[in-house]
Design a protein around this ligand. Structure first.
Ligand code: 1HE
Length: 265
């Protein structure tokens, strides 16, 4: 972790393998400039290899992320080819998160807009608070999404809602945001909940988590027939792992915790 020089992110890991990645550009509402994207690529490439069992993605300041750094973008006066290369780096960063195999839980607050929603939609669990709102203001800015929203956002909320958000600037917040699928949890303290969830998922075997946080995404990209085959292969590996043996034995002996509604975790 010491090897990474980070100007826009903070990165830490506790003794239980719970990593924290913090967007640390609050003065600019955590807008994503090119340097931050490179730092996200570096951090989310390194953390799985350093043994993180779960990660919390949080932000300094009242807003999670204001999306593309519009000031940098205007100043740089990029050519189409240059901005296409920028977008490919966004995809690299967000694919590292979605396909990296380590559960990433985002603690959201305030604005989760434009590229901020693209970032949030690449994590595995989104926790929002009362201040959180989601939007795709690209249409109003004369822009288009370039960080994977066209793939990930329709998966969460459906194409019609995404098109509406882009055309009209519609924002989602409160219960409605959970109901449409932008967040899985809405609580008063999104950070506390994100850490609770991280500690809970870290108790699963790393291989089960790896499969849940990479295989499902890959399978969404496959035909049904190929996905079923890939699922059987992944289950062949995960469901025969040594690390599951003790859990199976304790279930057979009647000592394993039973599943009880209302007492999950
Ligand atoms: C920024 C950015 C930014 C704030 N790029 N600098 N994203 C947007 O269209 C959202 C643009 N931002 C906003 O609408 C508002 O800033 C917020 C609602 C997020 C927050 O409002 P507020 O009142 O708390 O902050 P502020 O006063 O607007 O901004 C504080 C500073 O952050 C200010 O800089 P300062 O030097 O004047 O203090 C702002 O310029 C700066 N700031 N947002 C750069 N986005 C791969 S394609 C993705 C395409 C997109 O993401 S489009 C969506 C862009």
């Amino acid at each position: 972790m010491q090897d990474l020089r980070l100007n826009n992110l903070l990165c830490a890991m506790d003794g239980d393998g719970i990593a924290t990645v913090t967007l640390n550009r609050a003065a600019k509402r955590n807008a994503l400039n090119a340097e931050t994207i490179e730092e996200l690529v570096a951090v989310f490439s390194a953390l799985p290899a350093w043994g993180a069992r779960a990660m919390v993605l949080r932000a300094e300041g009242p807003h999670f992320c204001a999306g593309l750094d519009l000031v940098e973008h205007g100043r740089e006066d990029r050519s189409p080819a240059e901005f296409m290369r920028i977008c490919l780096r966004w995809h690299e960063a967000f694919n590292k998160i979605e396909y990296g195999g380590v559960p990433v839980i985002a603690a959201l607050r305030g604005a989760v807009v434009g590229g901020g929603l693209e970032l949030a939609s690449s994590v595995h669990i989104r926790v929002m608070d009362e201040t959180t709102y989601f939007g795709l203001p690209e249409g109003q800015r004369g822009l288009f999404t370039g960080g994977g929203a066209t793939i990930r956002v329709p998966r969460l909320i459906g194409q019609a809602r995404m098109v509406d958000m882009m055309l009209t600037g519609r924002l989602y917040s409160g219960d409605e945001a959970v109901q449409v699928g932008l967040a899985q949890y809405r609580v008063t303290d999104s950070e506390a909940m994100a850490y609770d969830l991280a500690r809970r998922v870290a108790q699963n075997t790393p291989l089960s988590n790896f499969a849940a946080c990479s295989a499902i995404s890959h399978m969404q990209n496959m035909s049904g027939l190929d996905a079923a085959y890939a699922e059987a292969m992944v289950a062949g590996i995960v469901n025969t792992q040594d690390a599951a043996r003790g859990r199976l034995d304790s279930f057979a002996q009647g000592t394993a915790q039973k599943i009880k509604p209302g007492e999950e975790g």
